[in-house]
Design a protein around this ligand. Structure first.
Ligand code: NAD
Ligand code: UD1
Length: 348
């Protein structure tokens, strides 16, 4: 089965690519490398070569907004008699702060890029799609756990582009409910790394998110962790989030493909998280315990757009996709630290 994986050299995409290839899928990665390194592809190949696996991987450097390029990818696949069966669509921009300073760029890449991709899929009769949505679409709410019917009210342009894409997908499905098979996966907080230490998260510049910031403090790239508020309405006063091991998240995509393959047609919006909430202090404590590193921190004022608590109700994913997250917070810390230790400056 041939899968087109857009954004396949990014943090999440690279882990999905590796799992797909291990399972014998024929994978075409399309990525413009605006937020990733082409070294990722070499790392994936090195891992599979070491395991002596036969694999079918092709990486294409290009932009999802380039319609001609998309046409050629689908046409070439048809010519090779290996048409694309499923698209896993992750390519896009994800920085909340950048989406405020340059919203049109976010609408262009995320929404126009997806429109382009969906038009091409329709044209070449590829009707199976897994899309990466985000828990950010639930907006400012402390009512936890959050199920899929939770109110959608994004509070940043990035989140609004994800809602626009979910709406586009909804309309597309309803235009021909006999053919389309779509899962829109709403990720919570993907963290950690592949246990090999060959691939992991490598944010450009100073990390915005807790986990990569924490591992960079541990390795000495950042001096101290800023904790954004210790006066939230939580047990220890710090914010609570749903951290999911990146391999559990990647496995959710393989389960989604299995699910789509078992259906004639479908449209599902599904949360992918661990289903558990941990506070910033709990994360620091577990990281220190698992790795022996000491994390210096200071308490700062609250960050705009934060909420006290956010974690997922994952009962739908468990039931529908027959998927369950298996890795503990300790495993997340160990694998995340292993990656950072082996690659202090990421893929550079
Ligand atoms: P990432 O930035 O590491 O990966 C995205 C990839 O898309 C990058 O490799 C980038 O180079 C590529 N890309 C960007 N614009 C492109 C374009 N126009 N054409 C082709 N490729 C392009 O981010 P990630 O964390 O792996 O996220 C993947 C997807 O998951 C994104 O759509 C993101 O919005 C979504 N998501 C991420 C998180 C998270 O916390 N990481 C949470 C929820 C949803
Ligand atoms: C953030 C984004 C969200 C996006 C998600 C994934 C904001 C307000 N939210 O979510 O839209 O979908 O990343 O990219 O930007 N924290 C610290 N110190 C830090 C970093 C974070 O104390 O240096 C705290 C935060 O206040 C929060 C928790 O750690 O309580 C997790 O933060 P983060 O990793 O940024 O994830 P989200 O806030 O869930």
């Amino acid at each position: 089965m041939r899968v087109l994986l857009t954004g396949g050299s990014g943090f999440i995409g690279s882990h999905i690519a590796l799992l797909l290839l291990e399972r014998g899928f024929d994978v075409l990665i399309l990525d413009s490398y605006v937020n990733s390194s082409s070294n990722v592809i070499n790392r994936i190949k090195a891992y599979l070569d070491k395991k002596d696996l036969n694999y079918k991987l092709k990486s294409i450097n290009g932009d999802i907004r380039d319609k001609k390029l998309l046409d050629n990818i689908f046409i070439d696949s048809i010519k090779e008699k290996k048409p694309i069966d499923t698209v896993i669509h992750l390519a896009g921009l994800k920085s909340v702060s950048e989406s405020f300073s340059n919203p049109l760029h976010y609408w262009d890449v995320n929404v126009i890029g997806t429109l382009n991709l969906l038009l091409t899929m329709k044209e070449y009769k590829c009707y199976s799609l897994v899309f990466s949505s985000s828990a950010t679409i639930y907006g400012l709410s402390n009512s936890v756990p959050m199920a899929e019917d939770h109110k959608i009210s994004p509070i940043n342009p990035y989140g609004k582009t994800k809602v626009a894409i979910e709406n586009m997908i909804y309309d597309l499905y309803n235009s021909n409910i006999n053919v389309w098979k779509i899962c829109s996966l709403r990720y919570f907080n993907p963290v950690g790394a592949h246990p090999s230490g060959l691939i992991g998260e490598d944010p450009i510049g100073i990390p915005n998110n807790l986990f990569p910031y924490l591992t960079q403090v541990a390795i000495g790239r950042q001096k101290s962790l800023n904790i954004y508020g210790n006066d939230w309405d939580t047990d220890d006063g710090s914010g609570i989030r749903d951290y999911i091991h990146i391999i559990d998240l990647a496995e959710g995509h393989l389960a989604s493909i299995d699910y789509l393959n078992s259906k004639e047609s479908c449209l599902e919006f599904v949360n992918l998280g661990s289903g558990k909430g941990y506070s910033v202090f709990q994360i620091i404590r577990q990281f220190e315990l698992s790795t022996g590193c000491k994390i210096p921190f200071s308490i700062e004022s609250r960050r705009d757009g934060d909420v006290a608590k956010s974690y997922a109700d994952i009962s739908k994913a468990k039931k529908l996709l027959a998927w369950t997250p298996k890795r503990s917070l300790e495993q997340i810390c160990l694998d995340g630290w292993n990656w950072q230790l082996k690659n202090p400056y990421g893929f550079q």
